[in-house]
Design a protein. Structure first.
Length: 281
């Protein structure tokens, strides 16, 4: 069965959270970036599903998950994650997060250490202010500013993609990203941006005492490799891999290289994650 044909599942509650699940074995949870949804992880879910239960969610206000009223705090995502784990009776999971997904995990881990087996943090910053002033301005100018002035996602997507991908990104990868951007819920996206520019999890990193894999794209313009090197120095028991010829969306731009890294890492720590009743589904 392909993921496209896999039935969508939901975690009931407020907001209702959507996810797709494939495979058997220890659970792995995938968290997408700020312009993404669960489909961004299809290549990874398919690749590891013969040995793991691969689950990719739509964060609140993204994809097929419900929107929500009021402002956003990153801790809200964490509460949704706990609901997802409990609904699937997962005792401990491996977590893979890219960009916003990784920021969710850096906020999540100190509060829920007992539910986390390992972390894979990809193409992310741990403090918005580690971005250069130019990059901070670009982040706002490409995302928040045009939407608030009335532009559509269709209009801003091409420039956004240019700012994220490597110089040799394929048309296939670009088309996936474009399609992903067009599904974004604008109000939720703007709330996430507003919270992101206040984000700082620097003090959390010293608490990370579990196996942690860092992955960065060689040509990541938003969160360059230097941020990954800095994160590795702050996180004990972490390793850093650089994916050649990839930008910020390294899992989509270079899926084979990305899959090899996570498969190697997860296989080493496979049995640290488990369902509460030792079940595979």
């Amino acid at each position: 069965m392909t993921l496209e044909n896999t039935k969508q599942k939901f975690v009931e509650g407020n907001p209702r959270i959507s996810f797709k699940e494939l495979g058997n074995g220890p659970p792995v949870i995938f968290l997408h970036g700020i312009g993404g949804n669960h489909s961004n992880w299809y290549d990874q879910q398919s690749y590891i599903s013969n040995r793991f239960t691969a689950i990719a969610w739509d964060a609140r206000g993204y994809g097929d998950s419900e929107d929500y009223s009021g402002p956003l705090k990153f801790s809200d995502f964490g509460e949704d994650l706990i609901r997802l784990l409990d609904s699937r009776e997962i005792e401990k999971a491996h977590f893979v997060g890219l960009s916003m997904g990784a920021r969710i995990l850096m906020d999540f881990f100190p509060k829920y250490k007992n539910r986390v087996a390992t972390l894979v943090l990809c193409d992310c910053f741990f403090d918005y202010k580690v971005l250069s002033m130019d990059k901070q301005k670009e982040f706002i100018d490409l995302r928040q500013k045009p939407l608030k002035s009335g532009k559509t996602l269709e209009e801003i997507a091409p420039k956004l993609i240019d700012s994220l991908v490597g110089p040799n990104c394929t048309k296939v990868a670009r088309d996936k990203l474009y399609k992903s951007f067009l599904t974004v819920h604008i109000n939720s996206y703007l709330k996430t941006i507003a919270e992101t520019i206040k984000y700082d999890a620097t003090s959390n990193l010293s608490q990370f005492n579990i196996p942690t894999q860092l992955i960065y794209g060689e040509y990541d313009q938003l969160t360059p490799v230097t941020i990954g090197i800095s994160a590795q120095k702050k996180i004990l028991n972490s390793s850093l891999n650089i994916i050649k010829n990839a930008g910020h969306l390294s899992n989509i731009e270079q899926p084979d290289a990305f899959n090899a890294i996570i498969n190697n890492f997860l296989s080493k720590h496979r049995n640290l994650a488990k369902f509460k009743k030792d079940k595979s589904k």
